[in-house]
Design a protein around this ligand. Structure first.
Ligand code: GLN
Length: 528
């Protein structure tokens, strides 16, 4: 078939679910038997998402080739079961940096270098490069009308002329507020947003209407938007809040099914069985309900840990149990908090704020045989806890100013002095070899694994003995044996920590073994 392109833009507000909409459309197309590729374009001037504050932007998702990206890439990987790369994330900052480098290298032969056509050409080229599927989905970050985003809007308009307008579907996601006082939905901001998109020469084919609450807004809301925007009624999809984002593919299939068939020319009904099973799971088996304490510092923006919470939920679904996630503020955490949960998870993080609470969490779990999963910083703090128990006074990480003789976590060769610069960490996929017969090898069911990474500091193996005395053994390393990748406690039923980020490889239909292991251990601990 001729390659097709779907462009997803947003109006009124950002953060209302463009990523989930894009991913869900992709999931439905896959369920129709089509191959799908996907790309996120972010208009901000950063070169990647690595240095963005999680408090504002949520999780920094890491791809297998080490791109530090927006959390939407995580939605795409989970919904579409793909492994994405640099190609799938396009940022103004990166494109501009490369354009300016080319200009300095004299590659423009005296031309004036301009946003149109030079930046827009670079955007179009990035779309062609990423478009590997029968259908390629491109999400444009931010909202239409933002200064920064204009080059992207112009580029996709131009692109659609180049490849043929019929081969493109423009989806605009708008927000429709509900006014409590007059008890009505207000479509005016959405109408304005549509007018703005039209003013850039793009007539959308689909309008996805996001509303608050779980009820579908009355038909009249959709009709009003259709009439005022010139979009065909079958192009309007209502998207109220849902219990789980994995319900959205079902909504898309129901409301946009005919349109997607017409657009792709593939009329096969999508096989949505597995999505239906997910959405209609029976969650009444309270005997299998567990509470996992997540010891973290950005508890005011839990999107920072999105892949971790998704991985926990996926594992719980597969284990046919319900998981409650209890946020434990690492700055105020106490043994009392750890005692009240069935398992503890300490996710990744940077900086010293709240780190003592994370060390205390590992200490408690080691001493009370409480199921524990440590991820990246959560491994480093577990190693610090073990070293302290094993007699290393003041054991700490060099990141938090440990003195000589106590830096059980230290800076890797070649990383000194780069603490606050971008793209200098150990990023992306690295293999590890697991110790035969270890808990982690049993949990994975193999001794060779590959996981994603995003870290700068390492376990200092000179302290291996003290760490072992404190209750943790090294159970997985890099193939050359130099770097510690996994530690575990031989004295606890389930205490595993890894330098890697297993959450990035978990999928709703294929949860990660380390998360499944934690959930199983939590169920056992609860019912013991
Ligand atoms: N701050 C630690 C390091 O750089 C841990 C990083 C993380 O948890 N992602 O090594």
């Amino acid at each position: 078939m001729t390659k097709k392109y779907i462009f997803v833009t947003g109006g009124v507000l950002s953060g209302v679910g463009k990523g989930i909409t894009a991913a869900s459309i992709g999931a439905v197309l896959q369920a129709k038997g089509l191959s799908v590729s996907v790309q996120k374009c972010d208009p901000y001037l950063n070169v990647d998402a690595g240095l963005l504050n999680p408090k504002e932007h949520g999780e920094c998702f890491v791809t297998k080739d080490g791109a530090e990206t927006d959390l939407d890439l995580g939605h795409y990987e989970r919904f579409l079961d793909l492994e994405l790369t640099w190609k799938n994330t396009t940022l103004s900052g990166r494109l501009l940096r490369d354009l300016i480098a080319d200009e300095r290298a004299g590659k423009f032969g005296g031309q004036t270098v301009q946003l149109v056509p030079h930046l827009t050409n670079a955007i179009k080229k990035s779309i062609h490069e990423a478009a590997e599927g029968d259908v390629h989905i491109v999400e444009i970050g931010g909202t239409v009308g933002d200064y920064e985003g204009l080059s992207f809007i112009e580029a996709i308009r131009d692109f659609s002329q180049e490849v043929g307008r019929d081969n493109c579907l423009f989806v605009h996601v708008v927000y429709v507020p509900f006014l409590e006082a007059s008890q009505e939905y207000k479509t005016k901001p959405a109408q304005n947003a549509m007018a703005e998109l039209r003013s850039f020469g793009i007539m959308p084919d689909v309008v996805a209407v996001r509303t608050e609450g779980h009820d579908k807004p009355p038909r009249s809301v959709g009709e009003k938007i259709a009439i005022s925007s010139g979009v065909r009624p079958e192009g309007i999809i209502m998207m109220p809040n849902v219990n789980t984002v994995y319900e959205v593919p079902l909504t898309v299939a129901r409301d946009l099914g005919p349109m997607l068939s017409e657009f792709t020319g593939v009329t096969t009904e999508p096989d949505l069985t597995r999505w239906k099973n997910l959405a209609t799971r029976d969650t009444t088996d309270y005997a299998r309900e567990v509470t996992v304490g997540l010891v973290a510092k950005y508890i005011d923006n839990t999107d920072t840990y999105l892949s971790v919470t998704e991985a926990l939920k996926s594992a719980a679904w597969a284990e046919n149990c319900e998981v409650n996630i209890r946020w434990i503020n690492s700055e105020t955490a106490s043994d009392d908090d750890f005692a009240k949960v069935d398992a503890v998870l300490v996710p990744g993080g940077f900086g010293s704020r709240g780190v003592e609470g994370k060390i205390a969490a590992a200490m408690y779990c080691l001493e009370h045989n409480k199921p524990y999963l440590g991820i990246c910083l959560g491994m480093q703090t577990a190693v610090i806890a073990a070293a302290r128990r094993g007699g290393v006074d003041g054991a700490n990480s060099e990141e938090f100013g440990a003195g000589q003789g106590a830096n059980v976590i230290y800076l890797m060769d070649g990383q000194a002095g780069k603490e606050s610069t971008g793209g200098t960490m150990r990023l992306g996929d690295y293999p590890a070899v697991l110790k035969e017969g270890s808990l982690v090898a049993k949990t994975y069911g193999t001794t060779e694994v590959t996981e994603r990474h995003r870290h700068r500091y390492e376990v200092n193996k000179d302290f291996a003995q003290a760490i072992e005395q404190g209750g943790l053994v090294i159970s997985g390393t890099s193939p050359d044996g130099r770097l510690v990748e996994f530690v575990e406690s031989p004295h606890c039923d389930y205490f595993i920590a890894t330098q890697a980020h297993p959450e990035f490889k978990s999928r709703p239909f294929r949860p990660h073994p380390l998360f499944s292991g934690l959930i199983r251990a939590a169920v056992l601990a609860r019912n013991a």
